[in-house]
Design a protein around this ligand. Structure first.
Ligand code: AKG
Ligand code: FE2
Length: 360
């Protein structure tokens, strides 16, 4: 059964190859969506993964704050070998350099989310993002058997498999820490929700002659549990919404950017935030990013953990339960602009603002 519809879109890399100056109408954003340049923006939190993995409580508290206040952080000392990072980057570069006829062999089917194409495009009128992408389910092993593995791309499959496995180890440690922070044992979330799944999206943002008119990726929040992003070391493109402003995520070489997805926002009863983010384009340099989405099992129900709901502490249940695949289907078909994917499951709650919050 499919996840949702996605319409075929032209390859933007091809468009730019043929004419690097003009911007086709469909890519020009409405005035209010156009990116404004942000100059000095604050830095997002940085977490030392090696400390987390050693059980350091101060670092775990930093993680807690980062997830509450930013929903985004960078991790250093994640322990993934440099060759593994370099291989996956090369694999992505090699794939996007293939002739378009070759890439089209891996085109996303209409009711699938795997392959070359854009997932969120649901209508012919919709504005398009200035990027090409390929998405593949990578873990667990059963679904790793993707029929269109880009075989013409040497080393692609191996690079992707090694990278996915390494990323899963990092994700599992963060998951274990989040479990503890949400009042469970280290394996609490996995016990309740089953093993995590993983999909990888490689994004290619060609150069753009008018970065002020287009978006590399429109504002969205990620639907899954966690996203771990390997971004280009040189080109800044990712921006996150923080206190109503767009903040640049400046690359720290060889680190990973991690963000909380909708599923963790829901499981945490809204304590951890799935933050809206977008990508801007660059006039001089193309940019590649590799996003690993760590997701709940499609058939699992997600809803606030009992340990995160406490009416006496004025922490009422904020979301209803929903089967993860039904949630994602709705997100994909609704193509909600910006934040508020989780509004689909938000409960109407009237907080009694006159009562003091006894959150001790
Ligand atoms: O390219 C980036 O920096 C972000 C990509 C992203 O947000 C996504 O693939 O969901
Ligand atoms: Fe994203």
């Amino acid at each position: 059964m499919g996840w949702g519809k996605s319409l075929k879109v032209p390859s933007i890399q091809e468009i730019v190859r043929n004419d690097s100056k003009s911007i086709p109408e469909r890519f020009i954003q409405e005035e209010k969506e156009r990116p404004k340049l942000v100059s000095d923006s604050p830095e997002i939190p940085v977490i030392d993964f090696s400390l987390l993995a050693r059980g350091d409580e101060d670092e775990r508290r930093k993680l807690d704050l980062a997830c509450k206040e930013w929903g985004f952080f960078q991790i250093k000392n994640h322990g993934i070998a440099k060759e593994v990072l370099d291989h996956i980057k090369t694999a992505a570069e090699t794939f996007f350099e293939l002739p378009i006829e070759e890439k089209n062999k891996y085109s996303m089917a209409e009711n699938d989310i795997q392959g070359f194409g854009q997932v969120y495009v649901v209508s012919e009128e919709q504005k398009l993002d200035w990027n090409d992408m390929i998405y593949l389910k990578t873990l667990p092993v059963e679904i790793r058997n993707f029929k269109f593995w880009p075989l013409s791309c040497p080393g692609f499959k191996e690079a992707l498999e090694n990278y996915s496995m390494e990323i899963m180890k990092v994700a599992a440690e963060i998951y274990a820490n989040l479990s503890v922070l949400m009042g469970l044992d280290r394996d609490g979330l996995i016990k309740l929700q089953g093993e995590l799944k993983q999909g990888i999206r490689m994004n290619y943002y060609p150069t753009c002659s008018r970065p002020d008119l287009v978006l590399g990726m429109s504002p969205h929040s990620d639907g899954g549990a966690l996203t771990l992003l390997l971004q280009d070391d040189q080109v800044t493109g990712l921006q996150i919404k923080h206190k109503e402003s767009w903040v640049n995520v400046k690359p720290i070489p060889d680190s990973l950017v991690v963000n909380i997805g909708d599923a963790i926002e829901i499981l945490s009863n809204g304590v951890y935030k799935s933050i809206e983010h977008r990508v801007i384009t660059n006039e001089k340099k193309e940019r590649i990013s590799i996003a690993a989405f760590v997701n709940p099992d499609e058939h699992q129900e997600i809803g606030p953990l009992e340990s995160m709901v406490n009416d006496e502490l004025h922490r009422p249940r904020m979301y209803r339960k929903i089967k993860y695949i039904d949630y994602i289907r709705q997100v994909l078909t609704m193509k909600l602009q910006g934040k508020a994917h989780t509004d689909i499951v938000k409960l109407e709650i009237k907080l009694n603002l006159y009562l003091p919050i006894l959150d001790t």
